[in-house]
Write a protein that binds this ligand. Structure first.
Ligand SMILES: Cc1cc2nc3c(=O)[nH]c(=O)nc-3n(C[C@H](O)[C@H](O)[C@H](O)COP(=O)(O)OP(=O)(O)OC[C@H]3O[C@@H](n4cnc5c(N)ncnc54)[C@H](O)[C@@H]3O)c2cc1C
Length: 386
């Protein structure tokens, strides 16, 4: 019987496995992952962005911890110099917005600086001067965080997974299909293969499938699978030095190899297990928005489109972490990452390990991301760019 059973071996489940074994060597950790190729996981579809430009201290601290992990990647994993290359690009993040968002940007910038984020305020003139390829006529001031950037999600995932395995985590190719809940505890987890596993602790890190499992444990969550497309385009011009650009309407642009990776996140996209298979969203919405912001991209070649799911928390767009106190004490859920899960995986994995080993958070206090706010229907959302 494992001490800890982790359902889902994406970046969150794998980070939890690694941190548990770092904190408490010898813990018997089993990770259930039905798809070792991660075809449907969110992790392998992510853009890889890591930013500190949040407004809630927890999200800022989680991103800063990830930047520490990136800086010490080899030591953090302890894989004797064989960790996969994160391909980290420290090109910064640039938040742009129309002038009517200036007051919000000012307030958020003050919070970010107060919390130690290295951020620069760029007046419209400076913005135009620094990024001449951007159309800035309709923009107010912008905020740049030069220490942020993006990485290769596959390398992050497989680095975490290999490091966890090296410390003893057992990855089992199977799927959790049911839970036996008795006496305020998850007693056993039933698997698709027909077998049953009992564990002292169960971590639910099943991404967009986490809500069904949480429901079985008596903690319904307002999280659903939100389809999200990303596009790779090539065009003339050199964009290799540009930062990751985001605006409050969901446009996200960063350089990628010879071209650009682009998305337009519409948080009103209805939940669906189906993923879009055509390019109509790109042609009708993404390209016009892109060519508006970077006029030279009026001419481009769309080379590929892919889609994955956000596990979108419809209450407030932030993660839900922990148990439902007094209902199922040994069942911890981590879901609802709403597009931020990759960049917060190391800190979330560490937090889950703390809940099990220490009984509470001992580094970053994530209490405000707990289940109580779901019961109370009290959103704790980001203010400004999501
Ligand atoms: C297009 C796109 C772009 C994104 N860009 C970014 C970004 O730039 N930065 C960022 O931080 N985040 C980004 N995200 C979000 C990020 O990818 C997710 O928040 C993160 O990967 C969530 O990780 P996870 O481990 O919870 O989920 P997943 O990666 O989905 O892993 C869950 C795993 O659970 C397994 N599973 C499911 N059901 C069961 C079951 N019943 N039993 C056992 N296992 C099960 C699945 O096979 C899967 O491998 C993006 C997402 C998308 C779709």
């Amino acid at each position: 019987m494992p001490d800890v059973l982790i359902i889902g071996g994406g970046c969150i489940g794998s980070a939890a496995a690694l941190h548990l074994l770092k904190r408490s060597p010898g813990t018997a950790v089993t990770v259930l992952e039905p798809d070792p190729t991660y075809t449907e996981a969110a992790t392998t579809h992510a853009t890889g962005g890591v930013r500190q430009l949040f407004t809630r201290p927890e999200n800022i601290e989680l991103s800063r911890y990830t930047l520490e992990v990136i800086a010490n990647w080899q030591d953090y994993l302890g894989l004797d110099g064989t960790a996969p290359d994160l391909a980290w690009k420290e090109n910064g993040y640039l938040f742009v917005a129309p002038p009517e968002h200036t007051a919000t940007f000012e307030r958020n910038f003050a919070t970010q600086v107060e919390l130690g984020v290295e951020a620069e305020w760029l007046d419209p003139g400076e913005l135009t001067q620094r990024y001449p390829f951007l159309l800035t006529d309709d923009l107010g001031p912008a905020v740049l965080s030069p220490r942020d950037g993006w990485l290769d999600p596959h390398s992050l995932l497989h680095g975490l997974r290999r490091a966890a395995q090296r410390l003893g985590a057992e990855y089992r190719t199977d799927r959790a299909v049911d839970l036996t809940v008795r006496g305020g505890r998850v007693e056993a987890v039933q698997l698709e293969s027909g077998s049953t596993i009992e564990a002292d602790w169960v971590i639910n890190a099943a991404g967009v499938r986490a809500p069904q499992l949480a429901e079985l444990a008596g903690m319904p969550v307002p999280v659903d699978p939100m389809p999200r497309q990303e596009h790779y385009v090539e065009a003339s011009g050199d964009y290799t030095a540009m930062p990751f650009i985001k605006d409050p309407y969901g446009l996200a642009i960063r350089s990628e190899g010879e071209g650009l990776s682009v998305g337009l996140v519409d948080f009103d996209t209805p939940a669906s297990r189906e993923l879009p298979r055509d390019n109509s969203h790109f042609e009708e919405r993404v390209w016009p928005a892109l060519a508006h912001r970077i006029p030279s991209l009026d001419a481009l070649r769309l080379k590929s489109t892919w889609a994955g799911h956000y596990d979108q928390n419809r209450l407030d767009g932030n993660m839900i972490i922990g148990n439902r106190p007094g209902t199922v004490d040994n069942f911890l859920t981590a879901c609802g990452f709403s597009g931020h899960g990759l960049m917060h995986a190391p800190g979330v994995g560490r937090a889950l390990a703390e809940l099990i080993v220490d009984g509470d958070y001992t580094t970053i206090d994530l209490t405000r991301f707990g289940y109580q706010r779901i019961i109370d229907e009290e959103p704790y959302q980001e203010l400004g760019v999501r």
